[in-house]
Structure formats: C-alpha cells, structure tokens
Design a protein around this ligand. Structure first.
Ligand code: CA
Length: 236
C-alpha cells in the first residue's frame, strides 16, 4: 500500500453518496476518511489531518459552514464545499469563510474529481513565498518574479500597471482558490466593495486578460465566476 496517497476527508450525511464517492476516490488513488456529521468531521479532521476536505453543507447536527469556519481560523487545508444552494451570495459567503471551491449538487463524479485534482495540485504549489526574497511563481508558461514585480509569459515580459500586477500577484499567492471580488478589492485598494470598485476590478481584469493574450471565454490562467470572483489555476 502506498502511504504517500493524499488523504481526503469526505463529509456527507447521505449514505449512498458517501459510499459511491468514497469508492470512486479510492479507485482514483486517494485515501478517504468519512464523516456523516459535523462532530464526526471535527474528530476525523484533528485525528487524521487530511490534505483536502470535501464538505456537504446540509448536515444533520450543524450547518457544514460552521465546521469550515471553526477549522479555517487555525489552518489552511483546502475545502471543497458541496452545496444544493447555488445562489451567488451563498457562494460568496462560503468563499469569504475560507472555502477554496464549491460544487453545486447534483454534481457529476468527473466534475468533482477534476476539482479535487485542481485543488490539490494548485494548493501544493501555491505559497506565501511571494514575500520571501528571490521567490518566483510559475504557472504553465507564466512566471512571476516577486522581487522585481515583473511577469513573464514564455520568457517575454508582459507590461502591467502597478494595479494589474498587484491583482495577479494576489491571485498567485492564493492559487487555486476562488477569490471573491470583495477579498480582492480589500487587498488591492483597501476599500470596501461597491459598484464602482467592482467595475474597476473588472476593467483591470479585462486588461490583464488581454495582455496575457486571453480572449473572452478562454479560462487559461484565470477563471471568472460571474458575480462571485476570480481564480488563478493551472488547467482549464
Ligand atoms: Ca446533506
């Protein structure tokens, strides 16, 4: 048995989904730890220290988001939230609580597996290394040199404004995580989000995408979840 497998804590109260998904995750090389409610989830989380948590929100004892916010205050293990609710304000709330991604129920198993792979891979090469001397960030053919505050695409420098650079650098430090408009605006402009600065963010992002050679609908590097936020990721 390979002990280097990623450990995934799967929290779900519906037994058929739990059984099906744990078999599927095991078949794809993951080690799976199961929990059926919030208190089990907490116990398993602290006993097994998983690499990733897949969390259903509708749990019998408490709302799953209470588990997320409790754990999030102490560490940064990635969370994928499963939610039957799909409204934008709910997604924003969960992301601001610290979820890395969300999948709306009912979901396809291929979709969830793809999110798991993206989340684990991005989490592994995301870092707070941006503040360390000499730190560089590489994503496909893009390189960010944090010391020089410069960005290169296939070796060619992309000329960004200070604001555009700050946005990309911020997303790179949270690579793989969907960042809400509000989180980006607070970090880049130190303002509370309103229609004006959301518009400003969208204009900056459109310019960044243009400079990276991305056409609308092309999600290479940057994924836009309309009404929610942006994510930097290493596969579309
Ligand atoms: Ca449920």
């Amino acid at each position: 048995m390979n002990n280097n497998r990623y450990k995934i804590l799967f929290v779900e109260d519906e037994e058929n989904i739990r059984t099906f998904m744990s078999a599927l995750l095991e078949a794809n090389g993951y080690q799976v730890i199961l929990a059926a409610n919030c208190s089990e989830a907490k116990m398993m989380y602290f006993s097994y220290v998983p690499d990733l948590v897949i969390l259903d929100l509708g749990l019998p004892d408490k709302d799953g988001s209470s588990f997320l916010s409790e754990v999030r205050s102490s560490d940064s293990t990635p969370f994928i939230v499963l939610s039957a609710r799909s409204d934008e304000s709910e997604k924003v709330r969960l992301l601001d609580l610290g979820a890395n991604d969300f999948v709306t129920k009912p979901f396809g198993s291929a979709e969830l597996l793809a999110r798991v792979r993206t989340c684990l891979r991005n989490f592994c090469h995301s870092s707070d290394g941006g503040r360390l001397p000499g730190a560089k960030f590489t994503l496909m053919d893009m390189v960010i040199d944090y010391d020089a505050r410069r960005i290169f695409l296939r070796g060619e420098e992309i000329k960004l404004t200070q604001t555009e650079y700050n946005i990309i650098a911020l997303l790179s430090e949270h690579c793989g995580k969907m960042m809400t408009y509000s989180a980006i605006i607070k970090a880049v402009w130190r303002e509370y989000p309103d229609d004006g600065n959301i518009k400003r963010l969208q204009v900056n992002m459109a310019n960044i995408r243009k400079k990276l050679g991305l056409r609308p609908g092309n999600n290479k590097y940057i994924v836009n979840e309309l009404g929610v936020g942006y994510r930097l990721q290493d596969e579309s």
